[in-house]
Write a protein that binds this ligand. Structure first.
Ligand SMILES: *Cc1c(COP(=O)(O)O)cnc(C)c1O
Length: 870
C-alpha cells in the first residue's frame, strides 16, 4: 500500500528533558562523546537500532518511555548539564575571538559535498570528508563560517557486491524530514526559495535546508520540489550523478543559487554578510559570477562595470584546488555555458566575459572547453593546493596561466589538509588520554607524556581497538556474503575471519586508477606468503567504492574480491563493501598499519593516513601528499617511488616489490618484536623480545602520537587558512569595498590601463659595471637597464634584476630578486633603471632583468600574468 498523504510527527519532549531536542538537532553530537554516550545510556538497544542516529532514535522512543525518563532525576540532571554545555559551546569566546576585530565577521565556504556524519550521507570521498572536518574545526575554534552546499536526495550510492564480485550500486532515497535539518522559512511560514532562470523559459527553484554543525550553519539547496518540472526536480537527485547539463545545473545552483541562499539567510536571521568567500574545488566557482552580478546590478552603490566588479569580487575570494589529475577537473563545453548564460542567469553580466574566465587559452588548452578550475583561479585573488607537494605540482600544472614566470612564482600557495581529531579519534583513545594524562585531545600538549606511559598499556589499548575491528569485520563480511547469495550454513567460516593478534593492515579509499587498489596483488604468490607467514603473518582489510561510470575501477575491485574469496587466504584478507564514515571510524583505530600506494604525485594530500596516525597507527606509504612532508623516518615507512623513466608496468613491478620487501623484512618482524633497534633496517640478529611486547613498535606509536597529532589536526589547518588566506583576503576585500568601492574602481582602471599599455613595454638594453675579468665572491655588480614603458609610468612597474647560479642552458637557480630604481628619464617613455647587487657564491653566476606591473593591491607580482623579460 502507498500512503496518499504523509506527515512527519515531531516528538514532543517533556520539559525536564527538552534539551535532548537540541542535543539531537545540532550535529555537534557527532564528535562530542558525552552526548553520544547519553543517547546510548538512555536505551542501548534502541540506539543501536537507530544506527546511532539521534533524530531517528528520539523518534523511536515511545511517549510512555519519555515520561519515565523525565522522572529519572539523575538522567534529567545529566541532560540538563549537557544542554547547558552545548549552549556555552555555541556562544563562548574561542580561539578566533582572540583575534578581535582584525578578522572577517563571516566567511562563506562552498563545497559540492560534505562528510559530517554517517547520518547525513552527502559525500563521496576525501573532498567531502575534508569539508566536513573544515566546518567542525571552524566550529571548535569559533571561526564564523557558514557552509553552502546541495542536498542530494540519494547522496552518493550504497555499494554491495554481486556473487561474481562486481560492484552493485543502489540509491536509497533520503527523507529530509528524517535528517538533522530544518527548512528555512519566510516570516509568513512559506519555505524560502532560490530561483534560477533556465533556457526556454524554464526555472530551477530550490528550497534551503539548514544543518547546524556546532556553531557553523550549513545551508543545503534542494531542487526536489513540486514547483519544478521533472528535469529541474532531479537536478539535486544524486552526488556526481549525471554528466553534461545536469552536472552544470548542479554547479550553477551551488555557486549562483548558493550566494542567493546566503542573502536570504542573512535577511531572515540577521546573520552578517560574508566578507570572505572560499571555493572548495572548482565545482562552486559560479559563486564568483553571482557576486559580480550583484555588484553590477547594485542599486545602492553606483553600478559597477564588469572589470570593477571582478576586481572587487576577486579580492575577497579564496580558491582551493584539490586534484593534480587533469581528468579530475570539471570541464564543460563552451556552448553549454553560453546556452545557460544567454537564458538570463545574470542579465547584466556579458556572456563573453564569463566564457573568457574558463577559457583554456594557453598552450595545450582546448578552445572548445570551459574549465572550472581555471575559472576558479581567475575569480580568486588567492589560491592554494592542499599539501606542500601538491602546491608545487599545482604551480606546474597551471603555469600556462602565468606565461613568462618561473613555476615557483605561480601564485598558488598550499595549506596542508588536516583531520578533525575529536571526530576521528577512537573513544578508547580519548578515555586513555584522560586517564593517563588528563588530556582531552591529541592537540593537548600533555600528549607528550605518552612517552611515560608503560608499553604494556599501549599494547593493550591497541589490541582492544584491533579486536573491535575484527568483530566489526566479521559482522560485515557475513552480511556481505548473504547479499551475495550465500546461505547461513555456508558462512560459519566468517566467524573466525581475522585474528585479533595478527598485524593488521588497512587500505580503504575511493578507487580511481591512480590510487592503485590492486598494487598489492602484483605478485599474488608473494602476497599469499606474507598473509600465511608461519611466524610473522599479516592480515589485510580493504574497502573502497568505484565511481559508477568507472569500469576500470570496478574491475580492480573484482580482482581484489576474487583474491579475497580464495579459501586459502580468506581468513587473512577481506574486502568490505560500502566504505563510509561509520566503517572508517572503526577501521582507522583497528589497523596497526595504514597502507597508501598512489602513483606519486597524484595524491593531492590524502587524509586517511592522518586518521590512522592519531589513533596510533603507523603509515606505510609512498612519499606523496601529506606523507611527503611529514614522514620523519621514525613514524612509519616510505615506499620508494620508481619515477625515473620506468614504464607504468615496470613502475608497478618495482614499487610492489619494494612494498613486499618492507612488509616482510621491516614491518612484520618489528610488530612481532623480533627486531632490535640496531637491527631495524639492517641485517642484524633477530632477537624476540622477552615479554612478548614489541617495544620498538610501541616507540614508533608513541612518537607518532606525540608529534603527528598536532600537525595533522584540522585545527592547525583552520588556523593556517585564517592566517594565510582568510585574513589577507578580508583586508583586500575590505579595502576594495571602502568608500563605495573607490579602490576597486581605481584598481580596475589601473589594470585596464596596464593591460592596454603592456605591449609597448620592453627591456631595450642591459649593461653591468664593476665585474672584472676575474670576478670574486663579494664583488659588487652595478646593473643598468634601459626600459621603454610607452604610456606607462615608472611607478606602474617594478624593474627587477634576478641573479643566481646559471646552469649550462643559462637557466637560473637559487634566484635572488632585487629591485632597480629609476635613475634617469631618457624621454619618449624611456627610462634608465639602476641598482647594485653583490656576487654571493662562487661558480657560474648569471643574471637577467625583467619588468612587472606594480600596485599596492596585487597579492603577488605574478598576479596579472604580465612580465617582460630581457
Ligand atoms: C578519510 C576518508 C576518505 C579520504 O581518504 P583519502 O586518504 O583522502 O583517500 C574517504 N572516505 C572516507 C569514508 C574517509 O573517512
Amino acid at each position: 500500500m502507498k500512503a496518499i498523504r504523509r506527515f512527519t510527527v515531531r516528538t514532543v519532549l517533556p520539559e525536564s528533558i527538552a534539551p535532548l531536542g537540541k542535543l539531537a538537532g545540532n550535529l555537534r553530537w557527532s564528535w562530542h562523546l558525552p552526548t553520544t554516550r547519553l543517547f546510548e545510556d538512555i536505551d542501548p538497544a534502541a540506539w543501536e537500532a537507530s544506527n546511532r542516529d539521534p533524530v531517528a532514535f528520539l523518534g523511536s522512543v515511545t511517549r510512555e518511555r519519555l515520561q519515565q525518563l523525565a522522572a529519572n532525576e539523575k538522567l534529567v540532571a545529566r541532560i540538563q548539564e549537557l544542554g547547558a554545555d552545548l549552549d556555552s559551546y555555541l556562544t563562548e569566546p574561542r580561539w578566533y575571538q582572540s583575534l578581535g576585530a582584525d578578522a572577517p565577521r563571516s566567511i562563506a565556504y562552498f563545497s559540492p559535498e560534505y562528510g559530517i556524519s554517517a547520518v547525513l550521507p552527502q559525500y563521496s570521498g576525501g573532498l567531502g570528508i575534508l569539508a566536513g572536518d573544515h566546518l567542525k574545526a571552524a566550529s571548535d575554534l569559533g571561526v564564523p563560517l557558514v557552509g553552502v552546499g546541495l542536498l542530494y536526495q540519494a547522496g552518493y550510492f550504497m555499494q554491495s557486491l554481486s556473487r561474481d564480485a562486481w560492484q552493485q550500486e543502489t540509491y536509497p532515497v533520503l527523507d529530509p524530514d528524517g535528517l538533522p535539518l530544518t527548512l528555512l522559512r519566510e516570516e509568513d511560514g512559506t519555505p524560502a526559495r532560490v530561483v534560477l532562470p533556465l533556457p526556454n523559459g524554464r526555472q530551477l527553484i530550490a528550497h534551503i535546508w539548514r544543518a547546524d554543525v556546532g556553531r557553523v550553519p550549513l545551508l543545503l539547496l534542494d531542487s526536489n520540489l513540486p514547483g519544478n518540472d521533472e528535469a529541474a526536480r532531479t537536478v539535486t537527485d544524486r552526488l556526481y550523478g549525471g554528466g553534461g547539463d545536469q552536472r552544470l545545473q548542479q554547479e550553477l545552483l551551488l555557486g549562483m543559487g548558493g550566494v542567493k541562499a546566503l542573502r536570504i539567510f542573512q535577511r531572515l536571521t540577521g546573520a552578517p554578510a560574508p566578507e570572505v568567500f572560499h571555493t572548495n574545488e572548482g565545482h562552486a566557482g559560479f559563486l564568483g559570477i553571482e557576486r559580480i552580478r550583484e555588484l553590477m546590478d547594485s542599486a545602492s552603490e553606483a553600478p559597477m562595470s564588469w572589470e570593477e566588479a571582478l576586481t572587487a569580487g576577486r579580492a575577497s575570494t579564496v580558491f582551493t584546488t584539490h586534484t593534480p589529475v587533469p581528468a579530475g577537473i570539471d570541464r564543460f563545453e563552451r556552448a553549454q555555458i553560453e546556452h545557460f548564460f544567454n537564458a538570463g542567469l545574470a542579465p547584466s553580466v556579458p556572456t563573453d566575459k564569463v566564457l573568457a574566465l574558463g577559457a583554456e587559452n594557453y598552450e595545450g588548452g582546448d578552445p572548445a572547453k570551459f574549465n572550472m578550475a581555471v575559472m576558479g583561479l581567475r575569480l580568486a585573488q588567492r589560491a592554494n593546493g592542499v599539501s606542500k607537494l601538491h602546491g608545487e605540482v599545482s604551480r606546474g600544472m597551471f603555469s600556462g596561466l602565468w606565461p613568462g614566470f618561473d613555476t615557483r612564482e605561480v601564485p598558488i600557495t598550499s595549506v596542508t589538509n588536516g583531520v578533525h581529531v575529536p571526530s576521528w579519534v577512537d573513544p578508547l583513545i580519548a578515555d586513555f588520554a584522560r586517564e593517563n594524562f588528563g588530556a582531552e585531545s591529541v592537540l593537548d600538549q600533555r600528549w607528550a607524556r605518552v612517552y611515560d606511559v608503560a608499553d604494556e598499556k599501549i599494547w593493550a589499548l591497541r589490541r582492544s581497538m584491533r579486536s573491535n575491528l575484527v568483530d566489526d569485520v566479521r559482522a560485515r563480511l557475513r552480511s556481505s556474503w548473504k547479499k551475495r547469495g550465500a546461505a547461513d550454513a555456508e558462512l560459519a567460516w566468517t566467524d573466525t575471519v581475522l585474528d585479533p593478534d595478527v598485524l593488521t593492515i588497512g587500505f580503504a579509499r575511493r578507487v580511481p586508477t591512480y590510487k592503485r587498489l590492486t598494487l598489492m596483488l602484483r605478485d599474488p604468490a608473494r602476497l599469499k606468503a606474507l598473509l600465511l607467514h608461519p611466524e610473522h603473518p599479516i592480515q589485510l582489510v580493504v574497502a573502497g567504492k568505484s565511481h559508477p561510470a568507472d569500469e576500470q575501477g570496478k574491475r580492480m575491485i573484482q580482482d581484489m574480491v576474487r583474491f579475497t574469496d580464495d579459501p586459502e587466504v580468506r581468513h587473512r584478507i577481506v574486502f568490505l563493501p560500502n566504505y563510509d564514515i561509520a566503517m572508517a571510524r572503526i577501521l582507522f583505530p583497528g589497523c596497526d598499519v595504514w597502507l597508501n600506494n598512489p602513483l606519486r604525485p597524484l595524491e593531492a594530500c590524502g587524509t586517511s593516513g592522518m586518521k590512522a596516525a592519531i589513533n596510533g597507527g603507523l603509515n606505510l606509504s609512498v612519499l606523496d601528499g601529506w606523507w611527503d612532508e611529514m614522514y620523519d623516518g621514525d613514524n612509519g615507512w616510505s615506499i620508494p617511488t620508481a619515477n625515473n623513466g620506468a614504464s607504468a608496468d615496470e613502475r608497478d613491478d618495482i614499487e610492489a616489490a619494494a612494498l613486499y620487501d618492507l612488509l616482510e623484512n621491516q614491518v612484520a618482524p618489528r610488530f612481532y618484536g623480533s627486531v632490535t633497534a640496531a637491527a631495524a633496517g639492517s641485517a642484524g640478529p633477530s632477537e624476540p623480545s622477552h615479554d612478548g611486547i614489541p617495544h620498538q613498535w610501541i616507540a614508533m606509536i608513541k612518537h607518532t602520537m606525540a608529534t603527528l597529532g598536532p600537525a595533522v589536526s584540522a585545527e592547525r589547518m583552520l588556523q593556517d587558512y585564517v592566517g594565510h588566506l582568510y585574513q589577507p583576503a578580508w583586508r583586500a576585500g575590505r579595502d576594495a569595498t571602502e568608500d563605495r568601492y573607490a579602490l576597486a574602481r581605481r584598481t580596475a582602471a589601473w589594470r585596464t590601463r596596464i593591460q592596454g599599455g603592456w605591449p609597448a613595454v620592453q627591456v631595450e638594453h642591459v649593461d653591468s659595471l664593476g665585474v672584472s675579468e676575474d670576478p670574486q665572491i663579494g664583488d659588487a655588480l652595478t646593473v643598468n637597464a634601459y626600459v621603454a614603458l610607452g604610456n606607462l609610468d615608472p611607478s606602474d612597474v617594478a624593474v627587477e634584476v634576478a641573479y643566481g647560479r646559471a646552469a649550462g642552458d643559462d637557466e637560473l637557480s637559487d634566484v635572488t630578486l632585487a629591485e632597480l630604481r629609476v635613475a634617469e628619464n631618457l624621454g619618449s617613455g624611456r627610462y634608465l633603471f639602476t641598482g647594485d647587487t653583490r656576487i654571493e657564491h662562487s661558480g657560474s653566476f648569471g643574471y637577467t632583468v625583467r619588468v612587472l606591473p606594480r600596485h599596492a593591491t596585487l597579492a603577488s607580482s605574478a598576479e596579472l600574468g604580465l612580465v617582460v623579460n630581457a
